[in-house]
Design a protein. Structure first.
Lengths: 466, 371, 241
């Protein structure tokens, strides 16, 4: 049996094109359709499409024609995908799962199917882009502590009544704002299954609006957002400096609040600190309840770690959890990142998660706080002083052993302790890189064989780190 | 075993098979030719373990029937060559004896043999594709490209000829890394994809010898995973293929060039040969300076002096200078048989494309030299 | 000195795949990466390390792996793409795997451009997260020291797995160089490979560049790779103490 034409074409291209180029420009292409006369290839975006068009389309046509027994094929390149992005997934009927579709002009497409503005509140049509909720972001999975107790309580309240409207949650990155907001969403979906609960990041609100304006469907856009029952909007700080979006958001916001529809927002700072936002919007944003999440206390971090580990069926000892929390405590995402790494390392190295192992597995994450900075000049000076030489001698071309050995030692210390390249180190010693390597090898050989060299080296290292 | 055969029948075939035997042999049996007598004729086989030639010669009589043995190819050839033209030769071996008697007229030779069982068996090949073409065509195509094959290059896959078959063409390609030769022939093959094989240098040269430049008779070409076989009536040449990847030759064919020089081929050859006398012996560099309808060819030899010649040519591209190894140019020109030759230039760092005046089926690419 | 130029063949060097990846001290990274590709737990991975520690190899291997499973990968090598702009990240949530190689490149752009990049990456991260699309990122330093201003982006990038890649031991480098030479149709004898490694103790990426240079010279001069030839081509100087 012969392989399909496109497969054979790929095999040829793979042989002709440098692997990196093949990975960058050819692999992202998806063969959407092929007939006797034409072939349709989809590129994920304009950027890839343009490059393929410019550099590869001629060869593609040539190859395809050749492999097609000299029957010329027409090549169509389009932006699109075989898979719909979740954000662009309309819930309208007729969109079978797994159906290969093309979302080049997804906006126009969707609107063509939904010519009537979605004014019917009873049957909301979620045609505008929105995001799914993260399954892990529920109240059950939230670890409350003093730093976020008020925010936690407010969110729970918002999930029951519409008393605090809008609810504005702010705080630093990775402290659980999105988690709290989505937890409200999860709960409301259970208690009010009929309600149209929309979650989306601010940047999507902005980009959708821009597209709506371009496609002249801004009225649909407005009507839609003003019709939702609950609006959860993430990272509202991204409205800063975007005048038109602010304007539109302001009106949407007012409509929702007046209609007693719940609005919850997250932000990286308090409303009044939002530069680049209109004053009237700032004051409206803060008109309900404003709560803050802060960096959790160590004990909260410890319980977050232990609870997360338990999800992966790992019991994390207090000792280890405290160790991690002591070192990585600026935000929860980084904390979780460290835990992910620790769990993976333990699993693949088949090790118990002990304190020592944690230190070893996470050494580079912990390092920035511990490792002092060295510089070459300092090392040169200290070594010269140690051996009672002048800096000039150390850096000279002289080859007496009393100078050569300290010079080699200084070079090795630079290689051991600084991040400088061999060339840079060589340069600082008026030598070339192969001298650096040679010195380094010599010293390390001697450290193993000659006790006095070892002593000098150790002392210098200690002295330098002191 | 007994066979009586005319010298004029035996000698050409013997020469052919003996030709592939390596002078210095580590295995004595490989210096021998396998001789098998059957009622259909006398079969001769020689091999160097990479390449094998087997041929069949009609015989006058074979009184005592079948038999096989091996004997020194070179000695047998030298003997036959030394005999008179019109003689017939009788070759005879008693059963169980480890020598053969060769008689012709009043001459008598006794040659020691080695057992036929020790002779390497012919490879059985699993054919994946085969085609046929007239002998003279294949010979002509080989002739157009074989000069550019590498010789004992570290890149072993260049020491051969790339045969590329597609559904619609055959390409014969050779390169030594400095120049490249490509001959294209349109053809129809029942293939879905490209088939590329590299035929070793020696097989190409030997095959060229067995092909008759005046014969329309087809040669059958059988391709297997590691072998190629050329079949003529009474003659079969089988060679191992070079297991390697030929470089992407399409990528080095210069794109359409604007600067095209047209010049009588014979004249160009004469002038280059003259100028070459004073090119550097090692690098063989000559300089071509082009201007509107003017070509200046020059060479400098640090020890002996300089040479220069002006030519009126047809050229309306931009003025520029470029250096070449003169033997690369001459070798390409010597296989072009049209009156005029075209040289297509892009710039002095790119290869120059040389073609006959009337076709793009034959292409030579010669890389320049920095002088 | 006159010099013959060789034909500029495009050599078919081996693509960087998992089958020719040598993990050694990066075994955990490798295993975790496979797990990310199989969408087992976390879906984003940030790899950092010096040049020549195999970052690009892993990412290209990952995209090949995805292709082989009939998925659509995107691989963007930031240090190779001259005119890359944030719109290169548009729509990437619709593919099956996103690999961004050498993202430290963005930090050398103007502050305004950097902000655009950061927002684009932030948006992409969120969209990939929603769509459950694995994201692999490499850089030359850890996230915190990249010089990014958008805290929300930094914390997201450190959320998934982040690993440092360690360089390979010398004997592995030798094997890799020899394999690479073979793909150029050249043989690199042990002694010659060791010479290269000891006199040019650079990272693998640089050594591979040297091999390309040697390959070109060897074709031009029709010479094999020998120690004298390497000395000649790479202009080695001898200075020792």
């Amino acid at each position: 049996m012969t392989e399909p034409l496109w497969q054979r074409c790929l095999q040829h291209l793979e042989r002709e094109i440098a692997p990196q180029e093949f990975n960058t420009w050819i692999r992202p292409l998806h063969m959407q359709e092929i007939s006797k006369q034409h072939i349709v290839l989809l590129a994920p975006n304009r950027f890839v499409l343009d490059r393929v068009q410019q550099h590869f389309s001629a060869r593609l046509i040539e190859l395809l024609t050749q492999l097609n027994h000299n029957q010329k094929l027409q090549l169509q390149l389009q932006v699109g995908t075989r898979r719909k992005s979740a954000q662009a997934q309309p819930s309208t009927a007729g969109d079978r799962a797994g159906q290969k579709r093309n979302n080049i002009v997804s906006f126009g497409d969707k609107l063509a199917q939904n010519r009537e503005p979605p004014t019917n509140r009873a049957k909301p049509q979620r045609v505008w882009q929105q995001s799914p909720l993260n399954q892990k972001f529920t109240f059950q999975d939230f670890v409350a502590g003093n730093a976020n107790r008020l925010a936690y309580a407010a969110a729970q309240q918002a999930a029951e009544t519409c008393d605090f409207n809008p609810l504005f949650i702010y705080g630093g990155a990775g402290l659980g704002k999105t988690h709290l907001m989505q937890a409200v969403g999860h709960q409301l979906r259970q208690t009010r299954p009929q309600a149209n609960i929309v979650y989306l990041p601010t940047e999507r609100f902005v980009s959708d609006m821009v597209k709506a304006i371009q496609n002249r469907v801004i009225e649909d856009f407005k009507a839609y957002y003003r019709s939702v029952d609950v609006l959860l909007i993430d990272d509202i700080q991204f409205l800063a400096g975007k005048v038109r979006s602010q304007e539109e958001f302001f009106h949407t916001f007012n409509t929702l609040i007046e209609g007693h529809q719940q609005v919850i927002m997250t932000c990286d700072r308090a409303p009044r600190a939002l530069d680049g936002l209109e004053d009237r919007l700032k004051s409206r944003l803060g008109s309900g309840l404003t709560v803050t999440v802060d960096v959790p206390a160590r004990d909260t971090l410890v319980s977050i770690l232990q609870r997360k580990a338990a999800v992966s069926n790992v019991k994390l000892s207090d000792e280890v959890a405290e160790f991690i929390a002591n070192h990585i405590n600026s935000n929860i995402r980084e904390l979780e990142g460290a835990l992910h790494r620790l769990l993976a390392s333990a699993r693949f190295m088949h090790r118990e998660i002990s304190l020592d192992f944690s230190r070893e597995a996470l050494h580079d994450l912990l390092a920035p706080q511990i490792q002092p900075q060295y510089n070459i000049t300092e090392i040169q000076q200290q070594v010269a002083d140690y051996f009672k030489l002048s800096l000039e001698d150390l850096l000279s071309k002289r080859r007496q052993r009393v100078i050569v050995r300290p010079r080699q030692m200084a070079i090795s210390l630079c290689k051991d302790l600084t991040e400088q390249s061999l060339t840079e180190i060589g340069h600082a010693f008026n030598r070339d890189r192969s001298t650096v390597t040679h010195s380094y090898k010599t010293i390390h050989k001697l450290v193993g064989a000659d006790q006095s060299v070892q002593q000098d080296y150790q002392r210098l290292r200690t002295q330098l780190s002191g | 075993m007994y066979v009586d055969i005319s010298r004029k029948n035996l000698l050409p075939s013997l020469k052919m098979v003996t030709g592939i035997i390596e002078r210095r042999q580590t295995m004595p049996i490989l210096a021998n030719v396998l001789m098998r007598v059957e009622t259909t004729g006398l079969h001769l086989t020689a091999t160097d373990s990479e390449l094998e030639i087997a041929c069949t010669i009609p015989i006058e009589s074979s009184l005592e029937g079948d038999g096989t043995t091996t004997l020194s190819a070179q000695k047998l050839f030298d003997i036959c060559r030394s005999l008179g033209d019109e003689n017939s030769i009788q070759i005879h071996q008693e059963n169980e004896e480890n020598r053969v008697i060769i008689k012709s007229g009043r001459s008598r030779f006794s040659l020691s043999t080695l057992p036929a069982e020790d002779f390497p068996e012919s490879e059985t090949i699993d054919e994946i594709f085969s085609f046929a073409m007239p002998q003279q065509q294949l010979k002509a195509l080989f002739h157009k490209v074989q000069f550019a094959m590498a010789q004992q290059d570290v890149r072993y896959y260049l020491n051969g000829l790339l045969l590329e078959l597609s559904p619609t063409y055959r390409h014969f390609v050779t390169t030594d890394g400095h120049r490249l030769a490509l001959a294209n022939q349109e053809a129809h093959h029942e293939l879905d994809d490209l088939l590329q094989i590299i035929i070793p240098r020696k097989a190409v040269l030997e095959c060229n010898k067995i092909l008759d430049e005046n014969s329309e008779e087809p040669v059958q070409i059988h391709i297997a995973a590691g072998h190629i076989r050329f079949e003529l009536p009474n003659l079969v040449l089988t060679s191992k293929l070079i297991d390697g990847r030929f470089p992407d030759y399409q990528g080095v064919l210069p794109a359409q060039a604007d600067n095209i020089l047209e010049i009588p081929c014979a004249l160009f050859k004469q002038v280059l040969s003259r100028i070459a006398i004073l090119s550097n012996e090692k690098h063989k560099g000559v300089r071509l300076s082009l201007d509107h309808n003017q070509l200046n060819i020059s060479a400098q030899n640090p020890e002996h002096g300089e040479a220069e010649e002006e030519l009126d040519v047809s050229y309306d591209g931009e003025a520029f200078e470029v250096g070449f190894n003169v033997s690369y140019l001459l070798e390409a020109l010597s296989v072009i048989d049209t009156e005029m030759v075209r040289l297509h230039f892009t710039n002095s760092n790119n290869g120059c494309l040389i073609t006959p005046e009337d076709t793009m089926e034959i292409k030579y690419v010669v890389m320049p030299m920095r002088l | 000195m006159s010099a013959q130029l060789p034909l500029a063949f495009r050599w078919q060097v081996p693509s960087q795949s998992f089958s020719n990846y040598i993990a050694k001290s990066n075994q955990t990274v490798y295993q975790t990466l496979l797990q990310v590709l199989d969408k087992k737990e976390e879906l984003s991975m940030y790899l950092w390390g010096e040049s020549g520690t195999g970052k690009s190899h892993l990412l290209q291997a990952a995209s090949q792996y995805a292709s082989a499973r009939n998925q659509i990968p995107v691989y963007l090598p930031f240090s190779q793409l001259q005119h890359i702009s944030p719109d290169a990240l548009d729509g990437l949530e619709t593919v099956d795997l996103v690999c961004l190689d050498d993202i430290q490149q963005i930090t050398s752009s103007s502050p305004a451009m950097l902000l655009e990049w950061e927002q684009a990456l932030f948006g992409l991260f969120n969209r990939l997260h929603e769509n459950q699309v694995p994201l692999l990122i490499t850089a030359n330093t850890q996230v915190q020291s990249l010089g990014l201003n958008l805290e929300d982006l930094v914390s997201r990038l450190s959320w998934g797995y982040s690993f440092k890649l360690e360089p390979l031991p010398e004997n592995c480098k030798r094997i890799i160089l020899q394999k690479y030479a073979t793909s150029l149709g050249l043989s690199l004898p042990d002694k010659v490979a060791d010479y290269l490694l000891s006199h040019h103790p650079e990272n693998l990426k640089q050594l591979i560049i040297y091999l390309d240079k040697l390959n070109y010279a060897s074709l031009a001069k029709k010479r094999r790779l020998s120690i004298p030839f390497i000395r000649e081509v790479l202009n080695d100087r001898f200075s020792g103490e």
